[in-house]
Write a protein that binds this ligand. Structure first.
Ligand SMILES: *[C@@H]1O[C@H](CO)[C@@H](O)[C@H](O)[C@H]1NC(C)=O
Ligand SMILES: *[C@@H]1O[C@H](CO)[C@@H](O)[C@H](O)[C@H]1NC(C)=O
Ligand SMILES: *[C@@H]1O[C@H](CO)[C@@H](O)[C@H](O)[C@H]1NC(C)=O
Ligand SMILES: *[C@@H]1O[C@H](CO)[C@@H](O)[C@H](O)[C@H]1NC(C)=O
Ligand SMILES: *[C@@H]1O[C@H](CO)[C@@H](O)[C@H](O)[C@H]1NC(C)=O
Length: 308
């Protein structure tokens, strides 16, 4: 009996020590993050109240930052109507493939495939915007991504200038160069350093936050939306949820982040975790969608599956 009591006393003693350590750690963490020189990440509903500079994207636009990889052709793609097909699993079951294929220009991202998903996402690709981190996945499957039957099909690569920049002449740049010489029916471009910087500035102006200081990466979605606005008179976006979607309580059904990775991460979980991430670099998917929502009113953009 005495032994058991002793054990309990020891246990609660250990408990107290544990709690004290926990409180100390929490204080230390809070102090540390307050003291951090970097700009804390402030959610957009706070940021919009600040002074934001609205950029007229149609004037901001300029195709001159797109550097051709092969031959000497400048990026001249222009479309009256575009279908921007996102990689979200919200496109599954939409049956929108035929409608998408009947649109003048079809825009896709990274290594989002069409084969196997034709009924929902269509078959054509006019423009594909590819992140440096997706280059290998695209190049590995040329019949899916590089052999476009669309006339004047365009592929734009974005990434840090030291990886895909012409001046850097790195292995990634040389790979893209070889590919562009092989698939000469398509036009390949990289976004040059000046233009990359302008994308950052645009993020700063539209969100009130410095991208680097707020530990953010721009997503391929950000680049694609801006390029689409530069290129298209009107845009129909397939499969993008509104910015408030993931905050809603009734959202419990898991939806894969990518339609072609059914066992991949959950979309809302990915969005919410990235939005609040502080240490490291994160895509601000929700903040970006808030901006897209504002742009929609200015640049003839509509959203479908879901509609908003
Ligand atoms: C990017 O392209 C634009 C337009 O051609 C040019 O003015 C600018 O100097 C280029 N930037 C770099 C870093 O090459
Ligand atoms: C590339 O094209 C531009 C205009 O289209 C021309 O001024 C320039 O001389 C060309 N450069 C080369 C190397 O062919
Ligand atoms: C590209 O398409 C052409 C014609 O559709 C076909 O003959 C060729 O085998 C394809 N190449 C690759 C690498 O898939
Ligand atoms: C390029 O386009 C032409 C005409 O549209 C076609 O005959 C040819 O097979 C295409 N080449 C490749 C490599 O797809
Ligand atoms: C918006 O899109 C519609 C349909 O494509 C087009 O007819 C209209 O001219 C566009 N409006 C503007 C302001 O670009």
């Amino acid at each position: 009996m005495g032994l058991r009591l002793n054990g309990k006393v020891q246990q609660s003693h250990r408990m107290v020590v544990f709690v004290v350590i926990f409180i100390l750690m929490t204080l230390l963490f809070l102090y540390g993050s307050n003291n951090s020189s970097s700009e804390a990440y402030i959610p957009i509903h706070v940021a919009v109240n600040r002074f934001l500079i609205n950029t007229d994207l149609k004037k901001w636009a300029g195709k001159e930052g797109y550097m051709p990889l092969h031959r000497n052709k400048s990026m001249k793609l222009h479309c009256h109507k575009c279908a921007l097909v996102t990689s979200s699993s919200h496109v599954l079951g939409s049956g929108a493939g035929e409608e998408i294929d009947h649109t003048e220009c079809v825009i896709r991202m990274n290594d989002a495939p069409t084969s196997g998903y034709e009924v929902d996402v269509g078959t054509r690709t006019t423009l594909r915007v590819v992140a440096h981190s997706s280059v290998f996945r695209v190049v590995r499957r040329p019949s899916d991504f590089l052999n476009s039957t669309d006339k004047n099909s365009v592929m734009i690569f974005w990434g840090p200038p030291n990886k895909i920049g012409k001046e850097a002449k790195g292995p990634l740049y040389r790979l893209i160069q070889r590919v562009s010489a092989t698939y000469s029916n398509m036009s390949f471009y990289t976004i040059n350093q000046t233009k990359m910087h302008r994308f950052d500035t645009l993020f700063h102006r539209e969100t009130g936050r410095d991208r680097q200081k707020s530990h953010s990466w721009l997503s391929t979605g950000w680049f694609t939306m801006v390029i689409a606005i530069e290129t298209c008179d009107s845009i129909k976006v397939y499969g993008m949820v509104p910015p408030s979607h993931c905050g809603k309580k009734h959202v419990s059904k898991k939806m894969p982040y990518h339609y072609y990775k059914p066992r991949g991460p959950d979309e809302c979980l990915t969005y919410l975790q990235s939005e609040s991430g502080r240490r490291g670099n994160y895509h601000r998917f929700i903040t970006e969608k808030q901006v897209f929502g504002r742009w929609a009113k200015l640049y003839n953009i509509t959203f479908t599956h879901p509609s908003w």
